[in-house]
Design a protein around this ligand. Structure first.
Ligand code: TRP
Length: 448
């Protein structure tokens, strides 16, 4: 059972630390580029405002009322004849599945942090060669950095809510903000800034299609850390009198702001050099270093700061991906925290190695299923199936299963009657419809 509680600011930073991650700084910018800029951004913003925020309130509510691990919270809050809802709590396990590849990407970032000192690549060809060599051939190097990432995250989680998670977030999050806003301040002085602004905020609807919409909806869940019990697990340690609504609002706001800032920074650099926007996942690993190489020593410093911010963002999110399962093992199996951390970490460390090997030339085939690399399968399954499913279960549980009085008395004093009714409408109708629409579309479009 929980004994530790976050401080109010500690909880906000931890939840924001979970939300602000590779999704904001690595994924959001390249997706914006792939799906045509402004229109994608607008769909993303609308989904966050009308669906993401409501689901975040709902997920925090389950944690704050349940006060247990994810399985325990669902079980405790479900009415006596519906205890099967406890199985929804296994959404907490999505986190370690995400961690299998998330940790590999953090490993790439660590690798780049050191590579920067050997000089930035001056052409796209060399930059691409560096990235491809790492991902396609250097299995040992990747395993090394993946292991470093696993160990750092394990250590922080092992230190617990107060001494680890809260403490590290309170340092890493402000550091991340400082770096990003520093980079933004510099970016505004560049000629590319105006173009970056137009690219992100001038909506060209001709570029939007149903795939872009579905990806924007899916990403708004991923970026807010919704649908797998991360926010729920943290909320079980929410200080008693903290406002759920206010906290959810601050976290949503910070997460969105940081994604937009990251996008503006990257595209300012890119457009300054006249580089194209649609680069895909290699954006920050290939295009950005090349662009920054043209800035001389200053470029090296900027690259260092950028990858440092990326590493911080990745680590604080990773912690929240691991903690739900650790909490589950502690609550359910009476494990010590140390043992729970070791068991969890070993599990995803091993699968993570399979994931990174699936991108290498030597092992690619061995670690592919039906021609798809394990890495992609893990990402697709979590991102496109399990997260929306988790979000749907949360919306249904809070919208239809939890007694209305209970929900009302927990939130009404924070929201007031009108906002409560709007929020409840969103949870009961808007969120489920959006999520079902998204899942159906994905199954049709991507046909895995
Ligand atoms: N939100 C994080 C990001 O943007 C990733 C993440 C952390 C996450 N915890 C999560 C995603 C829980 C889904 C669910 O990188």
């Amino acid at each position: 059972m929980k004994v530790q509680q976050f401080s109010r600011i500690g909880f906000i930073m931890a939840a924001a630390g979970s939300a602000v991650g590779l999704g904001n700084i690595w994924k959001f910018p390249y997706m914006t580029g792939m799906y045509g800029g402004g229109a994608f951004v607008l769909v993303y913003l609308i989904t966050i405002a009308f669906v993401g925020f409501s689901v975040m309130v709902a997920e925090m509510l389950i944690g704050a009322l349940g006060r247990r691990d994810t399985v325990g919270s669902f079980e405790r809050l479900a009415p006596p004849n519906q205890k099967g809802w406890k199985y929804a709590g296994f959404m907490g396990f999505n986190g370690v599945i995400i961690m299998t590849f998330y940790s590999v990407v953090i490993g790439w970032i660590f690798y780049y942090l050191f590579e920067i000192f050997t000089g930035l690549p001056t052409s796209t060809d060399t930059a691409k060669a560096t990235f491809d060599a790492l991902v396609g051939a250097k299995a040992g190097v990747q395993i090394f950095w993946h292991t470093v990432a696993v160990v750092i995250v394990a250590y922080i989680v092992y230190r617990g809510i107060k001494g680890g998670i809260e403490k590290f977030n309170l340092v890493l999050m402000p550091a991340l903000l400082l770096i990003l806003f520093g980079l933004l301040a510099y970016a505004t002085t560049l000629e590319g800034f105006g173009k970056a602004w137009d690219f992100m905020f001038a909506s060209d609807w001709s570029k939007i299609n149903s795939e872009a919409i579905v990806r924007a909806v899916g990403h708004s869940f991923f970026t807010l850390s919704l649908g797998m019990g991360a926010i729920m697990t943290y909320a079980a340690s929410l200080p008693k009198h903290a406002s759920i609504t206010k906290t959810a609002f601050i976290v949503t706001f910070m997460d969105t702001l940081i994604a937009l800032v990251a996008g503006l920074v990257i595209y300012s650099f890119l457009f300054h050099e006249g580089a194209p926007a649609a680069q895909g996942p290699g954006l920050v690993f290939i295009s950005l270093p090349v662009v920054l190489s043209h800035f001389g020593t200053l470029g090296t410093v900027l690259a260092l700061l950028f990858f440092l911010a990326l590493a911080f963002a990745g680590i604080t999110s990773a912690i929240s991906l691991v903690e739900p399962v650790v909490q589950y093992l502690i609550d359910r199996f009476d494990m010590t925290r140390a043992k729970a951390v070791v068991v969890t970490s070993l599990g995803y460390w091993l699968i993570g190695i399979g994931a990174l090997l699936s991108y290498t030339k030597a092992w690619g085939e061995t670690f592919s299923i039906g021609g798809k690399p394990l890495f992609d399968i893990l990402e697709y399954t979590t991102d496109s199936i399990l997260l929306p499913l988790g979000g749907l279960l949360i919306a249904i549980f809070v919208g239809y299963v939890l007694q209305k009085d209970r929900v009302y008395s927990a939130l009404e004093h924070e929201m007031g009657k009108t906002y409560f009714n709007i929020w409840r409408f969103s949870i009961r109708y808007v969120a489920p419809v959006a999520l079902v629409f998204m899942m159906l579309n994905l199954m049709g479009i991507l046909k895995i």
